[in-house]
Design a protein around this ligand. Structure first.
Ligand SMILES: [Zn+2]
Ligand SMILES: [Zn+2]
Length: 347
């Protein structure tokens, strides 16, 4: 059978276009997926705005769920009709980092090409041909829109694993965007008291509804002092910064107590240096680290949490657009009062 595939591509800042390709046959190790839902991530927003400049033209869309419609002869882990989450930013399997069990740091993590004529993860399309390693079978009874959020949830699982959370730890999550809320849910699962700081009241409410123990509007109070007061002057055991503001990154270090773990989750564009006191790290033995990309294990764990409804991301989906209306979808995703906008790729 032949499939005509419509693919949305970026050609430069604020330049979107649709191309068509024909899919005729797949190889023995490949899987043809009809895409149901692709969430618009910050990465696609940055590419659209020209803040991130991958090689153009670029087929964006890496938060993807769909169902299998054809399998190559050697494929064994999925079959026709299965619902799958797609891991499109993946790893090579043979570099130093892959072989030392740190596959999220693979040199090829951001290089992807699944369509015939254009590079990029390519999830903003009706169909995609991937290898078996790119598909993870998920529970077909779960809303497929939720499953499109496997990749961002997996990113947060990776980050939470770097926090080394113990039962009863005081964990501060800075920012209550989608990443802040996922961190909140996951830190609760790890048995922490979760304190969320954010400047937007609506977002604080979403954090609270999703399990935050304490929410702080950091535009109204001195969040660093507030955290110290909450912790008998000790400071937090863990601080995760999901906000790309230099002053906030400085505060993240100040909020942590002795032996604290500070994770810089968000990337910075532009990446301006920040101030901190070397002695605050020396005497406290605090650990400052970052988190980027999920590993294969993190991705698998994200599919489990969503498949079993341990994590329910309903409140993080703000709207839908058809593939033909991607431009509007990006405009909505850019609004500060939205969480994820889902592109319905076959509606
Ligand atoms: Zn993403
Ligand atoms: Zn590698």
């Amino acid at each position: 059978m032949t499939y005509n595939n419509k693919i949305a591509i970026f050609e430069g800042a604020e330049k979107l276009k649709y191309i068509e390709e024909t899919i005729e046959e797949i190889k023995s190790n490949q899987v043809l997926v009809k895409i149901d839902a692709t969430a618009i991530c910050t990465m696609e927003q940055r590419v659209y705005l020209g803040k991130m400049k991958p090689k153009m033209p670029f087929a964006g869309g890496h938060e993807v769920a769909g169902h299998v419609i054809q399998c190559g002869g050697k494929v064994s882990s999925v079959s026709n009709g299965d619902v799958v989450a797609l891991r499109l930013l993946t790893n090579c399997g043979h570099c130093h980092y892959c072989r030392t069990g740190n596959d999220n740091q693979c040199k090829t993590a951001f290089i992807a090409k699944f369509h015939q004529t254009v590079g990029g993860p390519g999830g903003l399309a009706q169909y995609i041909v991937v290898e078996e390693k790119n598909v993870y079978k998920v529970n077909k009874d779960v809303d497929v829109n939720y499953l499109s959020l496997t990749e961002p949830l997996a990113c947060c699982i990776h980050s939470i694993n770097r926090c080394d959370i113990n039962f009863g730890d005081d964990v501060v999550i800075i920012g209550a965007g989608i990443m802040g809320v996922f961190h909140t849910m996951l830190a609760k699962l790890k048995g922490a008291r979760v304190i969320v700081t954010e400047v937007d009241e609506e977002r604080l409410k979403v954090a609270k509804d999703n399990g935050a123990d304490i929410v702080i509007n950091s535009s109204k109070v001195d969040a660093v002092q507030y955290i110290k007061d909450l912790t008998d002057g000790r400071g937090a055991d863990v601080v995760v910064n999901t906000v790309a503001i230099s002053k906030v990154a400085e505060d993240a270090i100040k909020m942590a107590g002795k032996l604290g773990r500070i994770v810089f989750y968000s990337s910075f564009h532009p990446d301006n240096p920040i101030d901190f006191s070397p002695n605050s790290i020396h005497y406290s033995e605090a650990i400052v680290t970052g988190s980027v990309n999920p590993s294969n294990k993190d991705f698998l764990q994200a599919t489990r949490l969503l498949s079993s409804n341990i994590i329910n991301p309903e409140s993080l989906i703000s709207g839908h657009v058809p593939l033909d209306n991607l431009e509007n979808g990006i405009a909505e995703a850019l609004r500060p009062d939205t969480y994820r906008i889902i592109v319905d790729c076959n509606k």
